[in-house]
Design a protein around this ligand. Structure first.
Ligand code: SF4
Ligand code: SF4
Length: 369
């Protein structure tokens, strides 16, 4: 794609240079990322510069710039195209390249072998999607392999069992959804994953898919083109099951809980109520809010490939856990595997261990049944 095509695709000539995109970007100051400057270079000078790694790869694709832009331009999508140029030119950090290679070879970015993908459910009786199930539980790469996030996958599966819903997984056949691949600009690999996954879902006649990861939720819903299956996030199905009286929420927790809206569920897809409904249904929970919540929520810095690139300076996740503790929360509830990992790490680096616990909403719910 040349500069003119890029300018046209992203409506760069409509930009009024108000600077709201850069002003609202959570990583702009720390990483020197000036998305408006990038756009201007392309639109006004026809220049296609691939900027230093720290700048270009610092964007988390949180979408804040696009949501705030008064001209309905999505600067992060433009940045993803610039990343594609960097990827094509081989200008990409080794850690990112390794993650992409692992996705191509093993179907996950974590360098783990495919035959271990369903190891987390060995002690549970989970059906395969071919055994006449109501919906597919799409687990996702991080919940399948990361020891901490495996607990969330177990809590979600346990929740489905408790509510007597008939679900199944793809076992070791499950593949990466490709959301981070798209965000890193590797469009060719993304298209390959879309093709493979759509084929797989079609083979098993999937009509409804539930995922515990907002990144795969976003990818299936908005990046796969025309799909013939419904996509739900686990908090949506749990909220619905609670409303239908499928859970006996007998245990009182007596805790103050604060909820962090993940960018890919909240800002990108407007899912704000379902997670809160689940938390509020748990007895003995006092739900409090961040000063910056819902569409103003602060990014955890885990999206857009940032799980594989560290940018120096204070982490947004560290700011966020401090905000949670200052607000008086004992539990920081999350609904995304990346938020869980970045915040647990931040709790350790900010000395909040023992004061603030990070739990996925599914884990919180399972404490009360
Ligand atoms: S998507 Fe988020 S991190 Fe990326 S440029 Fe926009 S506001 Fe900044
Ligand atoms: S917010 Fe939109 S109009 Fe304003 S500078 Fe950024 S891209 Fe241009």
């Amino acid at each position: 794609m040349n500069a003119q095509e890029l300018a046209q695709k992203h409506k760069l000539l409509e930009c009024i240079h108000c600077g709201i995109c850069t002003g609202s970007c959570p990583v702009a100051r720390k990483a020197n990322l000036n998305v408006r400057k990038y756009m201007r270079e392309v639109a006004a000078n026809g220049k296609l510069t691939v900027h230093p790694q720290d700048e270009l790869w610092s964007c988390t694709t949180c979408a804040t710039c696009g949501i705030r832009c008064p001209k309905e331009i999505t600067p992060y999508d433009f940045l993803i195209d610039i990343r594609s140029l960097a990827v094509e030119g081989g200008q990409i950090a080794t850690t990112l390249r390794d993650a992409l290679e692992s996705i191509f070879k093993n179907g996950n970015p974590w360098g783990r072998i495919r035959s271990k993908r369903s190891e987390w459910m060995q002690e549970m009786k989970v059906k395969h999607v071919s055994e006449g199930v109501e919906f597919l539980y799409y687990v996702g790469c991080t919940p399948a392999y990361d020891p901490r996030v495996q607990d969330v996958a177990k809590a979600i599966a346990k929740g489905f069992e408790k509510a007597h819903v008939n679900f199944g997984t793809l076992g070791d056949e499950e593949n990466c959804c490709g959301n981070e691949v798209y965000g890193m600009g590797e469009k060719g690999l993304f298209e390959f994953l879309v093709e493979e996954n759509v084929k797989l879902f079609g083979k098993y006649g999937v009509k409804q898919l539930v995922t515990g990861c907002p990144h795969s939720y976003h990818s299936f819903k908005n990046r796969y083109g025309q799909i013939d299956f419904e996509v739900l996030h686990h908090t949506q199905i749990f909220a619905d099951l609670i409303e239908k009286g499928k859970f006996e929420l007998a245990q009182s927790l007596n805790k103050t809980v604060i909820y962090h809206d993940p960018c890919f569920l909240g800002k990108q897809n407007g899912v704000y109520e379902a997670p809160r409904k689940v938390i509020e249904a748990i007895s003995g929970v006092k739900l409090i809010e961040f000063a910056r919540s819902k569409e103003r929520s602060l990014c955890c810095e885990g999206g857009g490939g940032r799980m594989w690139v560290d940018i120096s300076g204070e982490r947004l996740s560290e700011m966020r856990v401090r905000e949670a503790a200052e607000a008086g929360a004992e539990i920081l509830a999350v609904a995304c595997p990346f938020c869980l990992l970045t915040f647990e790490d931040a709790v350790k680096t900010t000395g909040l261990e023992g004061k603030l616990q990070v739990l996925d909403i599914a884990e919180l719910l399972m404490k009360s049944v």
